[in-house]
Ligand binder design. Sequence first.
Ligand code: C2E
Ligand code: MG
Ligand code: MG
Length: 751
Amino acid sequence: MNIRNRIVSVLIVTVSLLLAAFCYTAPRYIDGFSEALSFLTTIAFLVIAVGYLVVMLLRSRSAYDKNEEILTHLLQSVGAMVVMWDKNRNCISVNETFTNITGLTIEDLRERKSINRIVSGLDASDKKNITKKDISVDIVAKDGTHIQSVWNTSLIKSEGKKVYVSVGMDTTKDYEMQRKLYSFSRELAETENRYTLSMELSEIGVMLKKCGNDNFYISEQFQTMIGISNDFVPVATIRERVHPNDRVVFDTYCSLDESNAKTHSKVSSIEIRILSADDTYHWYLFRYKVSEHTDGVMIGGAILDITKDKTKDALIEEMAYVDDVTGISNRNKFMMIGQETYDCSVELGCAYWLVILDIDNFHIINDTCGYKNGNILLKSVAQVLLKNSQGSSFVARIGGDNFAILIKDDGDANHHVEIIKKIQEEIGGLATGMFATQTITCSAGYCRMPEDAPSFDKAIDYAEFALSLSDDARGTIMRYNRKMHDSIIAGNAIENELAKALENNELVLYYQPKINLSNGEIFGMEALIRWVKPNGQVVPPNMFIPVAEKSLLITKISRFVLREACRQNKEWQDKGLPKITVSVNLTSTDFYQSDVLEEMKKILSETGLEPSCLEIELTESLALKDIDQAVYQMNEIKKLGVKLAMDDFGTGYSSLSYIQVLPITLLKLDRSFVMYLEDDEVSREIVSAVIRIAKSKQIETIAEGIETQSQVEILKNSGCDHAQGFFFGKPMPADEFEKFVREHAGKKMIV
Ligand code: C2E
Ligand code: MG
Ligand code: MG
């Protein structure tokens, strides 16, 4: 019954009683108000007053019953434990949940008389208990077990009665976990004497998680450190607070699971920055291990704020680990992080992509835009890398125009390539402003760790090797593979052997005669290198020249050939042999060396050979690499008086138009032309046409690989000037060749 109704009812009862009293006494004061009327009206008002009183009582009784019914229903249906008790600590009711959890019924509580014996932490006389929330209580269940619970109690006044309603949650499981986590961390701390002894315990926090659980348990100390006031915090919440650059490390720790329990049972440590209570990043040392417990695997350990030490180290670190041009990590830092990442990937069975990027032709940008602007470009490139490698990646400048990135393999086979492509695209976009006239591209070589390489150092070598395969192409992306690896190993072995061979004079020159087709006499010789091993085995040049070309060895070898060929020719001339030309083959590396001319001049003057007795054989593909430079360099050689021959014409790009621009004196038709001369009309037509065009440009022609008399005849009839091949003589060692020349001097070698 509400207040308004009550007031109205009380007024009606009061007025009725007053009117009854008035009617009862009225005959004494009012004439004509008979005794009989007085009796009847008094009774009537009394009946009204009593009637209202009865209705009031009945109404309030049923409202009380109804309230109680609703309350009981509510208490029964909540999932929490509920106990209602009065101010004398007599239990009024308990709900089903309470009985289910504790095994105790209302009768048990009544028998025990006092609610305090069960809910021992609650005391109704203590007002604080009523208002204070979350009181931890140890309940002794019916079977004697202890149930950990947290209670909130409210005071309800119902119809003047004070009723206490206590609502409790069973926290036994959480408590168990907490207890285990504490004992685990204590155990951990004990095993790590060095740390527990040297650090004040109060400064060490604890961070732990159960495998498969997305929440960390964090101790009170750690809560204070990072300004979170919850025992259990989602992993994602902590990750959000971890510094973006440290998330790779943090993720690696989080990726530990049951399968790592055995392999990762020793204590490991990581250093990460976490956004802390004062809203700044603090450095934390987190020492953790994985250990098996009866109800699962726990990962975690002690966490310590090491910001002070780190600040001291920061300056040293900056000097040692930050690249001063770009402000990103330098090679030292990369080596450190890379090694840690490699070790983690081995231990945890995860994978990372190691990518090395190189700005194509950066030296040209440096040369044309200046060194300072070159640095500005490097800075911009570093920013592009940082921007595109956020999250689980690490970037550094590892030297000159080389950058490195570590990308966590997230299972998507294309993710890393997409990142590289995006970086390439954005780097291309840097060609604006002062770089507007440049084409800015970068190439990438990469490998997968640990799968592709047995160590981190090797992983760098392999990614660099993959990068080197792009040769002069721009914007390439190459992955390292084992086949390449094997070929380098083989190449390296040859290279090492070859270097020794050069020192031990195992490289010797053979000479093959060149015949003038018009008079049949020897008019020249080609110096062809051979590697004669101590056991007498003769290794042909195509087995080692390509390997030598990939290293500096080719320069040494070519200088040896040039000097030896000139020396030998001069010696034979001095001995009275006919004055003939010696041809020497040069590779592209030799030809484009800036000091090749100086070297030639020096050798000619030191050996005393006339420049006209020396011929340089170059290939077509070599000339096409940089045609302007090639023409310049050839003209310089020609100015010395040295002859120039184009070797292997007819292979590769073969274009007659080049004959017109290159200042050559001799064109060597490749053996592949000669081979089909006898049977193929088309080959004969081509050879005739080439010879005709060469003649029109005053260029002499020579055919290589002549093996038969009929080939000689066809070539002679086509107007070819000279010939070389087994038909006349195979390449021979110097002493044999000397004899050969003496035997054939002044004689015709063709009929
Ligand atoms: P090339 O300069 O075209 O040399 C001609 C090659 O053809 C030589 O092979 C020679 O032995 C071979 N040859 C000559 N006549 C005949 C013939 O009638 N039939 C057949 N089947 N082959 C014939 P070789 O000596 O094995 O040299 C191969 C290549 O190695 C040379 O091709 C040249 O490019 C390179 N080379 C040789 N010596 C040197 C050198 O000292 N320096 C450099 N850079 N390369 C060299
Ligand atoms: Mg040659
Ligand atoms: Mg040739």
